[in-house]
Design a protein around this ligand. Structure first.
Ligand code: NAI
Length: 479
C-alpha cells in the first residue's frame, strides 16, 4: 500500500493506466466536460471543501477532477468496500500534473477489498480536513458519510451506544470508529455538522435515509436529492444496471444466461434495467414485487410475477434490486437448486440475509475467487453468492459505463454548485433540482449520440402552453 502524502491507495504505479482510462472516459462524459467549459475561469466552487463518499471508479475520477476545475478542494473515499478501481484511485491521488514520485492529486482513501474497519477509517479520513478546517459540503452515495457526521454529532451530545451480540458487523465497526474519534477529539462532529452547508445524495437508498431524517428532525443541513432527477434515476438506475448487471454475473461466473430462469426481486428503476439485461441474454425472467403497480408493469412487459418461495425449486439466478432487507433469506438459500447464483445490485448487502448465512456454522464457505463464494449446505448443495451480497455490478464488474454516469454526475455538480452558493435559500429538508436543469443535463448528452432535437414553433408553443426553451413537462410527468 502506498501511504506517501495524504492518501491511501493500493498501488500508485497503476496511476498511468488510470490516467489513460480517465482520458477515454472524459470523451464519453459530455455533460461533465460541458460544465468545465461553461464555468471556465469562474470557479463557482471556490471555497468548497467537499468530502465525497462514492464508488472510486474511473467515472468518479472525472467527477472529482471536474469539481476541482470548478474551484473545489476535495477529499474522497469509496462508499463500498469492493467498488474501488485501484487504477482510478491511484490516478486521482497522483493527479493530472503529478507523478508517482511526486503525487499532486486528491487525498483519496480507497482500495478494492477494504475490511469494514478500514471502510469506516477511510470515511473518517475523507471527512478529516487539515487542522482547524472542516468540510463544508458532502457528496454522498448511500448516506454513509452523512450518517457518520450526524451520528457523531448526536453521540457527542449524548453517548455512544452499547453494542449487542446480534448487531451487524458494519454497525459494530461504525460504532467503534466513531466512538474512538469522539474520545480523541470531542466536539469535532458537532463542529463538522455546523460547518456543512449541504449534502448532495446520489442513490435511492441514501435519499430514503435523508427523507426519514428530515421527517424526524435529525437532518442538520439541507440535502439535494440527485437520485430523483429524471436524468439520474431513469437513466443510471435503468440503463446503467442494464449494462452492468449481466457484466457482473458473467465476469463472476461465466455462466450461460440464455435459457436460465432468473428472478429479479423488485421492479423499480433498477429492477426494470436488470430485467431487460437478463432478457437481452435470453434468460427467462420472473419478477417479485410488493407494489401492485410495479407488478402490473412487469406483467405488461411479459414477465411472470411470483413470490420467491414459489420458484426456489427451479430458478437458477436471483438478483435483489429492492433497497429493502432480507429479501433473500437463509431459509430461501437452503431450498435453492444446487449452484443457484444469488446476487444483489441494491445499495446494501442486507437485501440478502448474509449475516445469518455467515453466522450459521452448518453452512460452509468455499471461496472460488475474489468476490465469488459458494456456500455449501449440510445436504451438500451449494449456492453461489456474488460480492458477499454487496452490489455485484461494482463488486464483480466495473459498474456503470461513463456515458450514463455523466448524466448522474452532471446533476451532482449542479447540485453542489447550487447548495454551496445558495445554502441560505434552503431549510434542513430534501430538495430536487428544477426541471429546467434536468432538461439541461439531457440536452448536454444529445449531440454525442447524433440527435437532432425538434424545436417548437411559436404557434405550437402557444397551442401546448409550453415555452420553446422548456421546461417541457409539468413536475407530475412520469416519463
Ligand atoms: P425503486 O424504489 O425504484 O425500486 C425498488 C422496488 O423494490 C420497488 O418497486 C419496491 O416496491 C420493490 N420492493 C421493495 N421491497 C420488496 C420486496 N420485499 N420484494 C420485492 N420487491 C420489493 O428503487 P431503485 O431506484 O430501483 O433502487 C433500488 C436499489 O438499488 C436502491 O438500494 C438503490 O440505492 C440501488 N441502486 C443501485 C445501483 C447500482 O449501480 N448497483 C444504481 C442505482 C440504484
Amino acid at each position: 500500500m502506498s501511504t506517501f502524502r495524504d492518501f491511501k491507495v493500493k498501488d500508485l504505479t497503476a496511476a498511468e493506466w488510470g490516467r489513460k482510462e480517465i482520458l477515454l472516459a472524459q470523451e464519453e462524459m459530455p455533460g461533465l466536460m460541458a460544465l468545465r467549459k461553461e464555468y471556465a475561469g469562474q470557479y463557482p466552487l471556490k471555497g468548497a471543501r467537499i468530502s465525497g463518499s462514492l464508488h472510486m471508479t474511473i467515472q468518479t475520477a472525472v467527477l472529482i477532477e471536474t469539481l476541482i476545475e470548478l474551484g473545489a478542494q476535495v477529499r474522497w473515499c469509496s462508499c463500498n468496500i469492493f467498488s474501488t478501481q485501484d487504477h482510478a484511485a491511484a490516478a486521482v491521488a497522483v493527479g493530472p500534473k503529478g507523478t508517482v514520485t511526486e503525487p499532486q492529486g486528491v487525498p483519496v482513501y480507497a482500495w478494492k477489498g477494504e475490511s469494514l474497519a478500514e471502510y469506516w477509517w477511510c470515511t473518517e479520513q475523507a471527512l478529516t480536513w487539515p487542522e482547524g478546517e472542516y468540510p463544508n459540503m458532502i457528496l454522498d452515495d448511500g448516506g454513509d458519510a452523512t450518517m457518520f457526521v450526524l451520528k457523531g454529532s448526536e453521540w457527542e451530545k449524548g453517548s455512544v451506544p452499547e453494542l449487542a451480540d446480534d448487531d451487524p458487523e458494519d454497525w459494530c465497526e461504525l460504532v467503534k470508529a466513531l466512538g474512538q474519534s469522539i474520545v480523541k477529539n470531542p466536539g469535532r462532529w458537532i463542529q463538522t455538522a455546523a460547518s456543512i452547508k449541504g449534502v448532495t445524495e446520489e442513490t435511492t437508498t441514501g435519499v430514503h435515509r435523508l427523507y426519514q431524517m428530515a421527517e424526524e428532525g435529525s437532518l442538520l443541513f439541507p440535502a439535494m436529492n440527485v437520485n430523483d432527477a429524471v436524468t439520474k434515476s431513469k437513466f443510471d438506475n435503468v440503463y446503467g444496471c442494464r449494462h452492468s448487471l449481466v457484466d457482473g454475473i458473467m465476469r463472476a461466473t461465466d455462466v450461460m444466461l440464455a435459457g436460465k430462469v432468473s428472478v429479479v426481486c423488485g421492479y423499480g428503476d433498477v429492477g426494470k434495467g436488470c430485467c431487460q439485461s437478463l432478457r437481452g441474454q435470453g434468460a427467462r425472467v420472473i419478477v417479485t414485487e410488493i407494489d401492485p403497480i410495479c407488478a402490473l408493469q412487469a406483467l405488461m412487459e411479459g414477465y411472470e410475477v411470483k413470490r420467491v418461495e414459489d420458484v426456489l425449486d427451479y430458478a437458477d439466478i436471483y438478483v435483489t434490486t429492492t433497497g429493502n432487507k432480507n429479501v433473500i433469506t437463509l431459509e430461501h438459500m437452503r431450498q435453492m437448486k444446487h449452484n443457484a447464483i444469488v446476487g444483489n445490485i441494491g445499495h446494501f448487502d442486507n437485501e440478502i440475509e448474509m449475516m445469518a448465512v455467515e453466522r450459521d456454522s452448518s453452512v460452509v464457505r468455499e471461496n472460488i475467487k475474489p468476490q465469488v463464494d459458494r456456500w455449501i449446505f449440510e445436504d451438500g448443495h451449494g449456492v453461489i453468492v456474488l460480492a458477499e451480497g454487496r452490489l455485484l455490478n461494482l463488486g464483480c464488474a466495473t459498474g456503470h459505463p461513463s456515458f450514463v454516469m455523466s448524466n448522474s454526475f452532471t446533476n451532482q455538480v449542479m447540485a453542489q454548485i447550487e447548495l454551496f452558493n445558495h445554502a441560505e435559500n434552503y431549510e434542513n429538508k430534501v430538495y430536487v433540482l428544477p426541471k429546467l436543469l434536468d432538461e439541461k443535463v439531457a440536452r448536454l448528452h444529445l449531440e454525442k449520440l447524433g440527435a437532432k432535437l425538434t424545436v417548437l414553433t411559436d404557434e405550437q408553443s402557444k397551442y401546448l402552453g409550453v415555452p420553446t426553451s422548456g421546461p417541457f413537462k409539468p413536475d407530475t410527468y412520469r416519463y
